[in-house]
Design a protein around this ligand. Structure first.
Ligand SMILES: C[S@@+](CC[C@H](N)C(=O)[O-])C[C@H]1O[C@@H](n2cnc3c(N)ncnc32)[C@H](O)[C@@H]1O
Length: 370
């Protein structure tokens, strides 16, 4: 329920929003040092930034991003890189509140690090993004490596064409919230077709209205993912479903990248909040203890590897890359939780391994023929 203080509305923070923030924090904690290693300027663009805080004082995404960087254990080593935080929030009361919180943060965190720049806009996502990219085009310049967090409410503000333009260069990454429930509800209604066509960049979503239940849900998810692949040209995409307390699938979060390492780190973050490996979060189960968090079930991965690499000798690096790109698992699952178990069970061998169950770079794994 929103509370109102003058024109400002603060929202409560349901568990799935907390889960989204946890993903963001974990991923950015990995992304900042990786991207700063080879780039002197990087951008975190929070295109739907919100008011900066929730009803009970929890920080919003802009504060989470800033805090993750400034309090990073590796922050001192990133001093050669300039970090630009671009926050956009259409609602003036929200953007004003965000500005106030950031000014207070700058007062507290003195001296403010000179390599961290914050800029706040208060326009629509389309306006800010288009004018930023038009300016760069005029100067024949390119956007610095950017992580764009696109977190709208509803279906109307994030055309696929703008997402494609924003991320049209090798180091562009995107984390976008997709209004799964609204799309599945309205795809056949005919009253917001223009917005849906912009959202998907195609009108094929109309075919979803011929389907029901799970099939419709899967269709809209897969179509949006396909469009991110084809229109935005992202080879690697991982989605994550958010369910409300009634079990309704409200949103899908899509993470898109062209870098295998990014995909790996995001999958690691997703496994952390969904340890059963189903890439979803349910408000209903939010306060229940996660019993199996320490014992990830890698049996499906073991079976997959035996089939995929049957009769081959392959390096550990190739196995890890394959797992990240082609399975739901992350690199952290490969050695101890999968290969060591397979080796102990006599399913794989290695001709050049110095120590059993240890797999440094260059280790060759031999898979038996099927
Ligand atoms: C889901 S909230 C953002 C929450 C924030 N990212 C967080 O995690 O703390 C979406 C915000 O987008 C703003 N908004 C709505 N339409 C917009 C548009 N077209 N462009 C930019 N911001 C918009 C709303 O005012 C709202 O504050």
């Amino acid at each position: 329920m929103p509370t109102s203080t003058s024109a400002l509305q603060l929202w409560d923070r349901p568990p799935h929003t907390a889960a989204k923030h946890s993903l963001l924090r974990t991923y950015l904690g990995a992304w900042f040092p990786i991207i700063a290693k080879f780039n002197r300027r990087v951008i975190y663009y929070d295109a739907f930034a919100g008011p900066g805080q929730y009803e009970s004082g929890e920080p919003g995404s802009p504060l989470i991003a800033l805090d993750t960087l400034i309090n990073h254990s590796y922050f001192a080593q990133m001093s050669e890189t300039e970090f630009i935080f671009l926050f956009n929030e259409k609602d003036p009361a929200c953007s004003e509140n965000l500005g106030k919180i950031i000014r207070a943060m700058k007062e507290t965190d003195r001296p403010w690090p000179p390599n961290v720049k914050v800029s706040i806009e208060s326009k629509t996502f389309i306006e800010v993004t288009s004018s930023m990219l038009d300016g760069l085009d005029e100067r024949k310049a390119r956007l610095a490596p950017t992580f764009a967090f696109v977190d709208p409410v509803g279906v109307k503000a994030t055309p696929m064409s703008i997402l494609a333009r924003l991320t049209d260069y090798p180091k562009g990454e995107l984390l976008v919230y997709f209004a799964h429930e609204a799309v599945t509800r309205f795809c056949g209604a005919g009253n917001i077709d223009e917005a849906l066509t912009d959202l998907f960049g195609t009108d094929e979503y109309k075919d979803a209205s011929l389907l029901n239940g799970m099939q419709r849900s899967q269709y809209v998810h897969d179509l949006y993912k396909r469009q991110l692949h084809e229109t935005c040209k992202f080879p690697y995409i991982q989605s994550f479903a958010m369910y409300d307390h009634r079990g309704k699938r409200l949103y899908d979060l899509f993470y898109c990248t062209r870098e295998l390492i990014g995909l790996d780190r995001m999958k690691g973050a997703m496994w952390k909040i969904a340890p059963s490996g189903d890439f979803s979060f349910r408000d209903r189960f939010a306060n229940q203890e996660v019993i199996f968090s320490q014992s990830i079930d890698t049996n499906p991965l073991q079976i997959h590897l035996l089939q995929h690499f049957a009769g081959q000798a392959v390096t550990i690096e190739s196995i890890v890359d394959h797992v990240i790109a082609a399975t739901p698992y992350a690199s952290s699952h490969v050695k101890r939780f999968t290969l060591a178990k397979m080796q102990t069970a006599g399913q794989i061998t290695s001709p050049n391994q110095k120590k059993k169950n240890s797999y440094p770079d260059g280790t060759i794994i031999v898979f038996p023929p099927t």
